[in-house]
Design a protein around this ligand. Structure first.
Ligand SMILES: [Zn+2]
Ligand SMILES: [Zn+2]
Length: 387
């Protein structure tokens, strides 16, 4: 690349090069221009790049070659703490708008910078996520996939985007596809593929996804979609809890207010086995689903329920898709992982056998049998079961 001082930078990589060429003319055009962006302190610095002299302030940014600016923007986008950090860069000037939308920058955008809130959803937010997904950002593929599948009712492209993320070993995408396979979401009851669900779950568990580890543990314990192996299932549940604890300890949510209430000498490890740790921070995709459906009255459609785990947000895609708590029958979950989490967070205190089972047990039991797929199995030591 030709610079103002006449020296040559090393040739940028081929991917940047073609794009670089297009922007070069625009950059050259701006060379004579100056902006008021920099302070007097910066102005005092003598630079060979300053042209025109006099009272005009130099724009040092303008003197930087595009590949260096792109490199800086890559660092910024990968560490951005919210979408506005990235959007503000794009709004700064025409050049940063162009460079900020470079595929390299978008492919490195952090999860937090892609965490669009449901109230801010718009065509341009959709387009931005799509651009990031097209640039190869797996997190954007997953988030946009979840939004299209569950919120925009665009099941085909939503699942395809999630599959793209899953192929790139995105653990949350693998787990979400597993939930879709387990429930036959977007299709009929006959579209359930338990073996595919277990295989996807196993892959996500291998990558350390806590919900997938827990789901796989329950599948093995129940013989659901896989040959029954209680000891192995137990091992996965212990691993899920250990990872959960490690995540909580390293997060900003620790120590929780309720920590003081924990009996002295008791380890908060093994939440499935009676002890509670704070809920993990929900993924931006789940938070979007929760907010989106709450803004629409909390319903996913006529007769369709939401997963009762408050931070999941997955709605049913057909009636009686989700399984219910086998004890009270009043809550329903998209997965055993959600059930286990909700059990320790809230449902444990509320779950009681309902009188209506005694009163109209016959009819209700028949309804549950139609909806439920696998028998009640305790979550760890004392959890409720699902039907
Ligand atoms: Zn759920
Ligand atoms: Zn219950």
């Amino acid at each position: 690349m030709q610079t103002r001082s006449g020296s040559r930078y090393t040739k940028p990589q081929s991917e940047v090069e073609g794009w670089e060429g297009r922007k070069e003319s625009e950059r050259k055009r701006r060379r004579g221009q100056v902006t008021e962006d920099f302070s007097g302190k910066q102005r005092r610095c003598s630079s060979p790049a300053v042209e025109g002299g006099g009272s005009q302030k130099p724009d040092f940014l303008d003197g930087l070659p595009d590949d260096i600016v792109v490199c800086i923007l890559c660092k910024l986008s990968s560490s951005a703490a919210c979408p506005s950090h990235l959007i503000n860069i794009l709004l700064t000037c025409k050049r940063l708008n162009g460079l900020g939308l470079h595929p390299l920058v978008l492919s490195k955008a952090s999860t937090k910078s892609l965490a669009v809130r449901a109230k801010n959803w718009s065509e341009s937010a959709h387009r931005f996520l799509k651009q990031c997904a097209d640039a190869g950002n797996l997190e954007a593929c997953y988030i946009l996939g979840m939004i299209r599948f569950y919120c925009l009712q665009n099941r085909g492209s939503g699942a395809a985007l999630m599959a793209r993320a899953a192929i790139g070993s995105h653990a949350a995408a693998l787990y979400s596809l597993a939930v879709i396979q387990f429930n036959g979401s977007g299709g009929s009851k006959n579209d359930k593929d338990l073996r595919a669900g277990v295989a996807l779950c196993a892959r996500a568990a291998f990558l350390g996804h806590v919900d997938a580890l827990r789901e796989l543990g329950h599948c093995l314990q129940d013989g659901y979609g896989v040959r029954r192996n209680v000891a192995e299932g137990r091992r996965f549940l212990v691993q899920a809890n250990a990872r959960e604890l490690a995540a909580v300890l390293s997060s900003t949510r620790w120590p929780p207010a309720e920590a003081a209430a924990m009996p002295i000498g008791c380890c908060p490890l093994l939440s499935d086995f009676g002890w509670s740790v704070p809920a993990p921070e929900p993924h931006p995709a789940n938070r979007f689903l929760v907010e989106w459906l709450r803004a629409r009255g909390g319903g996913a459609g006529e007769g369709l329920r939401l997963c009762s785990h408050g931070e999941c947000g997955r709605p049913e895609t057909r009636r009686h898709e989700f399984r219910r708590c086998s004890v009270c029958g009043m809550v329903n979950y998209c997965s055993r992982a959600c059930q286990a989490l909700d059990w320790k967070l809230a449902h444990k205190a509320k779950c009681t056998p309902m009188d209506r089972w005694l009163l109209d047990g016959g009819a209700a039991a028949a309804e549950i049998a139609a909806a439920g797929e696998y028998g009640a199995a305790a979550v760890g030591g004392d959890g409720g079961g699902m039907e």
